[in-house]
Design a protein around this ligand. Structure first.
Ligand code: SF4
Length: 488
């Protein structure tokens, strides 16, 4: 297991902590083998388009906490991503039983050129006070940006002083974009702050509580945990400062995505004594079997796990079989973050759809737990075979447009907005599902498979769009290999 140091304000970046990479072109089997044997080496690109910023990931894990406020300490432009999560909060609130979602409490210190010369800490002190007086939150998160990091503002000291003055947790999150090329480090940065300042240690275990580290997906877990006599404690979207505080006394931690939860699950286990489930999330039948068994093991309720597996399989397998018949012969391409992209590849395998390729944003060579069982791509390769054209693309759309144009799948599956447009421009039916729980479990295979079928059957829009779409890339580029700009 990796060593965590909650005394330090910043989490170690993924490039160093988990040997994560942002460039690879080959096949999934080779990538998995290298990750677990000789190791992976990142590549430089001779040409690079805009990529992600870790502040977006830190934002989504803090903005969606119901009773907290978030301050972005930097130029106003860096805060645009925070407002996206206001929309997410409103739209997905009902999926999580939040009937009347409130407006998010999002602020910026709006640093100006003058502040970058004289320093921005005074502005930050004033902003923290103003935000406290205006919104009365139960905690305030302060997110750093490239500008505040470059001028060396001591955000941690300002937060500590404000905490003493105001009597609520004021949490500094070190997430400026230039720290890392693997922007999922932003998740770790937010969790690091939460673990340092919010989560309390406990000698007692609440045997009815299971931490679920996830995004904003619908509530699958209440029903799944009920036979075990447990309830989910969701971290962090739609949580409260109080529920987060008490996540250190749960009976176990599970997650919707190994990439998302890797750091916090490991911290909860090593620093707070909450065991992390020893397998990847439940996508695909084989993996869902393993997941329920691992859950049963950690709760010492193996018999209940077997009963749940048997009942669910009896209910869903015949329907999945029927669906497989309808989807026979289809080819799909996947784009998304690791490891949810890996999860979608497993769901495709289960539905009998050929995964012709994937453009996944980064790859974690190891996980914080160092458990090889948490590697969802490895499970996919072992359960359903290789994915021949597998790329790690750092969200480089010019590489996706190139690969997609060559492979011409029947459907493009995406987890991130903005990527499906490439499928649509080529006239390829494209499916974007923001609810990461939709494809989870036995029922998820059915739900997601039916969405795939719907998308393929209703392709008129993309076919029309293709007739009028202009591809901004030259014929020359589309004829090159997608790894053309990788520095060899
Ligand atoms: S990369 Fe830096 S400047 Fe750009 S949005 Fe992120 S924090 Fe702001």
């Amino acid at each position: 297991m990796s060593k965590n140091n909650l005394k330090l304000p910043a989490v170690e970046i993924r490039e160093l902590r988990t040997n994560s990479i942002t460039g690879y072109d080959g096949n999934a089997k080779d990538l998995v083998e290298k990750a677990h044997s000789t190791g992976l080496k990142d590549i430089e690109r001779g040409f690079q388009q805009c990529a992600g910023c870790s502040i977006t990931k830190a934002a989504c894990m803090t903005v969606l906490i119901q009773d907290a406020a978030v301050i972005e300490h930097g130029p106003i432009g860096c805060s645009t991503c925070l407002h996206d999560f206001n929309f997410t909060y409103m739209v997905n609130g009902k999926l999580r039983g939040v009937g009347a979602p409130t407006q998010r409490k999002i602020f910026s210190t709006n640093l100006q050129e003058k502040d970058t010369v004289y320093g921005g800490t005074r502005k930050l002190e004033k902003t923290i006070r103003d935000v406290y007086e205006r919104t009365h939150p139960n905690a305030i998160f302060v997110l750093s940006t490239c500008a505040s990091a470059i001028i060396g503002d001591d955000i941690e000291s300002v937060c500590d002083a404000a905490e003493d003055e105001l009597g609520i947790p004021i949490v500094s999150i070190v997430c400026e974009g230039f720290r890392t090329r693997v922007w999922t480090t932003g998740f770790d940065a937010a969790y690091h702050g939460i673990a340092r300042k919010l989560i309390e240690k406990s000698d007692k275990r609440d045997e009815t509580k299971i931490n679920v580290i996830n995004f904003w997906g619908g509530d699958r877990f209440t029903e799944w945990f009920a036979p075990f006599g447990c309830k989910p404690n969701y971290i962090t979207p739609y949580s409260t400062v109080n529920t987060l505080k008490h996540s250190g006394d749960a009976a176990a931690t599970v997650m919707a995505c190994s990439t998302l939860g890797s750091y916090l699950a490991n911290v909860l286990e090593t620093e707070f004594g909450v065991p992390e489930i020893e397998t990847a999330p439940p996508y695909g039948i084989a993996q869902t079997d393993r997941w329920f068994r691992a859950l049963g093991k950690v709760l010492h309720k193996e018999d209940i796990a077997e009963k749940v597996i048997a009942e669910k399989k009896e209910k869903y397998l015949p329907k999945i079989e029927e669906l497989r018949e309808k989807l026979k012969g289809l080819k799909a391409y996947v784009t998304g973050g690791a490891a949810h992209g890996h999860a979608l590849l497993s769901v495709l395998g289960e539905l009998g759809i050929e995964a012709v390729g994937a453009s996944i944003f980064h790859h974690d060579a190891v996980f914080d737990s160092k458990r090889v069982e948490n590697d969802q791509l490895k499970e996919r390769v072992e359960d359903f075979g290789d994915v021949k054209h597998y790329r790690v693309c750092s969200k480089q759309e010019y590489e996706l447009a190139n690969a997609l144009g060559k492979l011409k799948p029947d459907i493009l599956l995406s987890r991130h907005g903005g990527m499906t447009l490439w499928g649509a421009k080529y006239g390829i039916p494209s499916l974007l599902v923001g609810d990461e729980h939709l494809s989870m479990g036995y029922e998820g295979i059915l739900d997601y498979g039916e969405r795939i079928l719907d998308t393929i059957e209703n392709d008129e829009f993309v076919k029309n769009l293709q007739k009028h779409a202009i591809n901004p890339y030259t014929k020359w580029w589309l004829m090159q290999n997608p790894d053309y700009f990788f520095e060899k």
